[in-house]
Design a binder for this molecule. Structure first.
Ligand code: GLU
Length: 547
């Protein structure tokens, strides 16, 4: 068979050689030794998820820790899955979480010398490389229809052999030039298949940077590399693009491990060095005591929109992701509580291979610590931005009460045992919402030992003795007096000693006051809150509780 002739017959319009692309268009990058080039290669489906972010962090760290390049390539070869605006969503979501690309697809066009970065714009390149494989005798056109493939499959099932297009089952593997011409003259559609030389029982070894040495089965299937429309499959586009774009490390989900043999055989066929593969583990969660994969259908927390809608600070998400990305991160953080997160040296070896466990409670806990380190003024700005996008009516209140809100956010955050009240914007707004009359409501009930009438009596005494200029100890002293005058122990320990002598203790009285003013049984220090709220509001709320 004259393969050159076959190639020419199929792709007469492709005039470039692969050397042209390799040497002139995409020459080796000039980077310092050890610099890593990574890419995020999402499909523009409009759904950007935690898995993308997880992988993107790995890409970003590898590139930026080594003085390399972090690139965005859009894998838009599947027309059906394309969604308008998806690229903007990808870029803006990742940017929100602090990940910036050095090269690739962008909102205002592309940057970099290794484009185009949209696979849909690279058809001619893939065809050139496919033509080259045809010339080598390592790819061929296949004219089988869906029905014919189905029939092959049925026979394989019946004979109890491996299904697929390979060996003697590959009907068009050995068509003559004349037969190909005949099919073409009939205007039959065709795909291009890779001609595998792998053995059905064969295995080979490959090092995965996360999983270590793997021994896996060889590919023996003649997989499709170009579809009937001349657009490549993932397998082919991955190999050609990652080679030409000079990617050193391919970070992708473990779902690609099963097709790694195909990619490996193609790299070998072209005599190209394989990139370092880094197959990340699935993100898992605990569900009813069992570990399972996070699912798009069941788990809203899989989508990145979830975190933005709730208003998680990007620093919190970043900090949390690192705890699941690298098993030694938490230890490092304990030893370096105040270091910037990028000082931590991320390594592939410390990544999980058995499924990274995602846990929202843990994210919340980490977020409390992260927010504690962020100045209240900054939290205020972040909260306001969030409200502008996700809770408009709150934004107006927040901006017209800026100073007070900043003071509210600062409460109890200094000192030895700082309060850790703040987690994410929606929760933060709820947490301070009592301040605004528009949101204030009585949420908790008075202590069990105090009925409505008794509470009113205590509150009246409070109102009558209230002096907004009292300092904190004068203020509390007055509450002690109200307590003892009304049959409550002025100190909890007195009550503990002789409970039968009292109706309760000073803590119960404070709780009544707290509920009247804030609506909740627990909150930061009431005296400080009153100072922020101002005298008129405090009096108004107590009066309301009395009447
Ligand atoms: N487009 C593929 C995906 O979204 C990319 C996989 C890869 O990174 O190679 O899963």
């Amino acid at each position: 068979m004259d393969y050159k002739k076959l190639a020419e017959l199929l792709y007469p319009n492709i005039k470039n050689t692969i050397e042209y692309y390799e040497n002139e268009v995409y020459p080796k990058r000039k980077l310092p030794a050890g610099a890593k080039v990574t890419r995020l290669a999402p499909s523009p489906t409009g759904f950007i998820h935690l898995g993308n972010l997880y992988g993107a962090f790995v890409d970003e760290r590898l590139a930026h820790q080594s003085g390399g390049v972090f690139m965005l390539r859009i894998e838009d070869t599947d027309e059906k899955r394309k969604v308008e605006g998806a690229v903007e969503t990808i870029i803006s979501s990742l940017e929100f979480f602090g990940l910036k690309f050095d090269e690739g697809a962008g909102i205002e066009g592309e940057t970099g010398n290794y484009g185009p970065y949209f696979q849909s714009k690279r058809a001619e390149i893939y065809q050139c490389f496919a033509k080259h494989l045809i010339e080598m005798g390592r790819a061929y056109p296949c004219f089988c229809t869906e029905e014919e493939l189905e029939e092959i499959r049925n026979r394989q099932v019946k004979e109890n052999v491996n299904t697929g297009y390979y060996g003697k089952w590959a009907r068009d593997r050995n068509l003559t030039l004349e037969e190909v011409e005949k099919h073409l003259n009939n205007n039959e559609e065709f795909v291009i298949r890779f001609r595998s030389e792998g053995r059905e029982e064969g295995t080979f070894e490959i090092d995965d940077a996360i999983r270590g040495r793997l021994s896996i089965h060889e590919n023996f299937q003649d997989v499709v590399i170009l579809k009937t429309n001349g657009i490549p499959t993932y397998h082919f586009a991955h190999v050609v693009d990652d080679y030409l774009m000079r990617i050193t490390h391919v970070v992708r989900g473990e779902e690609w491990l099963s097709t790694l043999p195909i990619h490996y055989e193609m790299f070998k066929t072209f005599e190209w060095e394989t990139p370092v593969y880094c197959h990340t583990a699935h993100l898992m969660k605990m569900d009813d005591g069992a570990k399972r994969k996070l699912s798009k259908r069941k788990d809203p927390e899989l989508g990145l929109g979830y975190y933005r809608e709730l208003g998680y600070h990007p620093e919190s998400v970043r900090e949390y992701l690192l705890t699941i990305l690298n098993s030694n991160f938490e230890e490092w953080r304990m030893e370096n509580p105040d270091s910037p997160i990028d000082d931590f040296e991320f390594t592939l070896e410390k990544m999980s291979t058995s499924g990274a466990l995602f846990d929202l409670d843990k994210l919340n806990n980490i977020s409390k610590d992260v927010l504690l380190k962020i100045p209240s003024e900054e939290i205020y700005e972040f909260l306001l931005n969030w409200a502008n996008e996700h809770k408009k009516e709150a934004a107006t209140l927040l901006s017209s009460n800026k100073d007070e809100v900043i003071r509210l956010l600062s409460l109890g955050r200094d000192g030895q045992k700082p309060r850790k009240d703040l987690m994410y914007c929606r929760q933060i707004f709820d947490f301070i919402s009592y301040y605004f009359d528009e949101y204030f409501k009585i949420e908790d009930s008075y202590p069990e030992n105090i009925n409505e009438e008794e509470a009113k009596k205590l509150l009246l005494a409070y109102l009558n003795t209230y002096d907004h200029t009292d300092d904190q100890s004068q203020w509390f002293e007055k509450i002690r007096i109200i307590a003892s005058e009304n049959g409550y122990a002025a100190k909890p320990k007195d009550y503990k000693k002789n409970p039968h002598m009292y109706k309760g203790h000073v803590g119960d009285v404070s709780t009544v006051i707290r509920i009247a003013i804030i609506g909740r049984a627990s909150s930061p220090d009431v005296w400080e809150l009153q100072q922020i709220m101002g005298e008129a509001k405090v009096r108004r709320r107590i009066e309301k509780a009395i009447h």
